[in-house]
Unconditional design. Structure first.
Length: 208
C-alpha cells in the first residue's frame, strides 16, 4: 500500500500495528475510546470540552495552560454542527461542501500562538474521527510537501480512495479482527481506516 511518499506491504503493516497497539494501550482506551468507540465526537460532539482536552493529552498534544481557556472559548459550535460526526474524508472531495466545511473548522483553530498542526489535528480527529487525520512530525515526513492544510487533507484522501489501498486496508481490518482475543491489535479492527492510515504514516516517518 502507498501512504504519502512511502510504501508498506500488508504483512509489515500488521506487524507495525501490533507493536503500536501493544505499546499504546492508554491511547487506544482513553483517546480512541476502545473498545467500542462509544465516545465518537466526545460527550458533546458539537462543543469543545475539558474531557476532549484531557483525551488529547493522552496522545501527547502537550497543551499549555494558556491553550485551555482559548480552546474552550473558540466559537465553533456552528462549524461542528455543520459536519456530521460520522462524516468521512473519503466523501470529501476537494471543492465539495464537506471539504470546505472541514477546512472552515480547521481554520477556526489557526493562529493561536503555540497551537500548531499536531495539537489541532489531535483535537479535530477526536471530534470527527472519520474526517480528520492525526498529524505529527513523523507523518509530515511521510507526506513531504503536502503535510499541512488543504494539501494534506487532500493527499490523505487520495490515499484513502486509491483502489489498491482500499483493498489492502480492508484486508488489514479483516486480519486485525481475526487477531486472538488476548491481542491488543484486535482493538484496531474497530477504528476508522483513516486512523490506521495515520498510525502507519507516523511509523513510516519515524523509521526513515
Amino acid at each position: 500500500m502507498n501512504i504519502g511518499t512511502r510504501k508498506i506491504v500488508v504483512d509489515e503493516a500488521i506487524a507495525q500495528l501490533r507493536l503500536y497497539a501493544e505499546t499504546n494501550g492508554a491511547v487506544l482506551q482513553y483517546y480512541d475510546g476502545l473498545p467500542g468507540m462509544t465516545t465518537v465526537g466526545g460527550s458533546d460532539p458539537n462543543r469543545i470540552t475539558f474531557e476532549d482536552l484531557a483525551r488529547t493529552m493522552v496522545i501527547g498534544s502537550d497543551l499549555r495552560a494558556m491553550d485551555i481557556p482559548w480552546l474552550l472559548e473558540v466559537d465553533v459550535e456552528k462549524d461542528l454542527a455543520a459536519i456530521p460526526v460520522d462524516a468521512r474524508l473519503e466523501d470529501a472531495a476537494p471543492g465539495s461542501e464537506l471539504f470546505e466545511a472541514a477546512m472552515a473548522l480547521d481554520d477556526k483553530f489557526t493562529g493561536h500562538r503555540g497551537f500548531g498542526h499536531a495539537k489541532k489535528s489531535k483535537l479535530l480527529h477526536l471530534k470527527r474521527p472519520y474526517l480528520y487525520p492525526v498529524t505529527d512530525s513523523f507523518i509530515r515526513m511521510t507526506y513531504g510537501t503536502s503535510a499541512a492544510g488543504s494539501a494534506f487533507l487532500s493527499a490523505v484522501r487520495d490515499d484513502l480512495v486509491n483502489p489498491a489501498n482500499v483493498r489492502d486496508f480492508k484486508l488489514l481490518q479483516v486480519r486485525l479482527i481475526a487477531e486472538p482475543a488476548t491481542s491488543a491489535a484486535r482493538l484496531l479492527g474497530e477504528v476508522p481506516t483513516l486512523r490506521l492510515l495515520d498510525i502507519l504514516a507516523s511509523l513510516l516517518g519515524e523509521a526513515k
